[in-house]
Ligand binder design. Structure first.
Ligand code: NAD
Ligand code: TYD
Length: 352
């Protein structure tokens, strides 16, 4: 497929900014258009290094606005879409599910409709890549892993909205013949991660000597993948997957939350010159998340075997690199934790 003009949605967010950067730098012949509403989670500071690149353009807009999306597709003539725009935080979905229905479900269907109309008669030359999560599969017990054929069983409003969007994407393939690809990835970590999610929130709190909130007993397990490995997987899948295919992406890197937080405390004590054990004293057990999924683990053998992708970084190394990035980018952290962050934090954690 000779792709020329690619719409990347949600490119100002955490994973989206890594995907935009990778495509702008690796494919100078492609035109990359980043469409983002710039919600609290979207930040153009994430892309300052590539904002002047000749093959990059930013468009501010809302995927929930169907007329705007249809007009954008008519005028821009995209060859492909890589769709990452979403409301992405489980805790926010528990307080405000409708926002998740609007962006994750309606927004995705708006994009599908615009692609279906604009690409009519030429579907084989176009591609709609939908970026999704392993959370659609629900929760695992002590053993087992999610494969591409695991039945969907979402539990949070966030995962239910992502599951719904996945179903719509597949339905547009089966019903209209749109060329679609879906990937479901495990938890990402790395630079530019908004400090509402566990790892950047804990880094920020440890740095500021604030309590580190651990939900429940800290026994929930997540499978962590370095964000640049996710961006590389998206690149490989985008270029090589067959129409209608799904790929799971994961790090084979399961950690209990409490073990992860203790490792982070150790790394931060070293980096901040604190004596061993200092930061661990900040760990505070708080009320558990409602409907908290016990364990996620991804079987990514299809991606490894068919497309030769393997994660590049060991977790300890990746976590240390991530801590370095946050300590070197205080201005970024100050910017994203100003304005509404404090009131979000107080509401979210006061209730616990
Ligand atoms: P994020 O919250 O950091 O970024 C989301 C981006 O989407 C932001 O830039 C935001 O401004 C934009 N956006 C939100 N609503 C929009 C709207 N209505 N119109 C246009 N833009 C809008 O999210 P992320 O962590 O980078 O996740 C990106 C995608 O990857 C999501 O689809 C998410 O479900 C998926 N995913 C995330 C993870 C993870 O660990 N973070 C894991 C697997 C899959
Ligand atoms: P999170 O980063 O929100 O990702 P997700 O819920 O999508 O997996 O949370 C990761 C894990 O950390 C999850 O089990 C919930 C837990 N957690 C805490 O213990 N404390 C916190 O303050 C947050 C935000 C999450």
């Amino acid at each position: 497929m000779m792709t020329k003009k690619i719409l990347i949605t949600g490119g100002a967010g955490f994973i989206g900014s890594h995907v935009v950067r990778r495509f702008v730098k690796s494919y100078p012949d492609y035109q990359i258009v980043n469409l983002d509403k710039l919600t609290y989670a979207g930040n153009l500071l994430n892309l300052t290094d590539i904002e002047s690149a000749p093959n990059y353009e930013f468009v501010k807009g809302d995927i929930v606005d169907a007329a705007f999306i249809a007009e954008l597709f008519r005028t821009a003539q995209f060859d492909a879409v890589i769709h990452l725009a979403a409301e992405s935080h489980v805790d926010r979905s528990i307080s405000n599910p409708m926002e998740f229905v609007m962006t994750n479900v309606i927004g995705t269907v708006n994009l599908l409709n615009a692609a279906k109309e604009q690409w009519k008669g030429d579907y084989a030359q176009k591609r709609f890549y939908h970026v999704s999560t392993d959370e659609v599969y629900g929760a695992l017990g002590e053993t087992g892993m999610f494969t591409e054929t695991t039945a969907y069983d979402p539990h949070s409003p966030y995962s239910a909205s992502k599951a719904s969007s996945d179903h719509f994407v597949r339905a547009y393939h089966d019903t209209y013949g749109l060329d679609v690809v879906i990937s479901n990835c495990s938890n990402n970590y790395g630079s530019h991660h908004f400090p509402e999610k566990l790892i950047p929130l804990a880094i920020n709190n440890i740095k500021n000597n604030k309590a580190v909130p651990v939900y429940g007993k800290g026994e929930n397990v997540r499978d962590w993948l370095w964000v640049e490995d996710h961006a590389r997987a998206i690149d490989v899948i985008f270029h090589q997957a067959k129409a209608g295919e799904t790929y799971n992406i994961g790090g084979h890197n399961e950690w209990k939350n409490i073990d992860l937080i203790k490792l982070l405390c150790k790394i931060m004590d070293e980096k901040l010159g604190r004596s061993a054990g200092t930061s661990e004293q900040l760990i505070t057990y708080v009320t558990d998340r409602a409907g908290h999924d016990l364990r996620y683990a991804i079987d990514s053998s299809k991606l490894q075997e068919k497309l030769n992708w393997v994660p590049s970084l060991q977790f300890e190394e990746g976590l240390a690199k991530t801590v370095d990035w946050y300590l070197e980018n205080e201005q970024w952290l100050d910017d994203v934790t100003s304005s509404n962050y404090q009131s979000y934090y107080e509401t979210q954690y006061a209730e616990r």
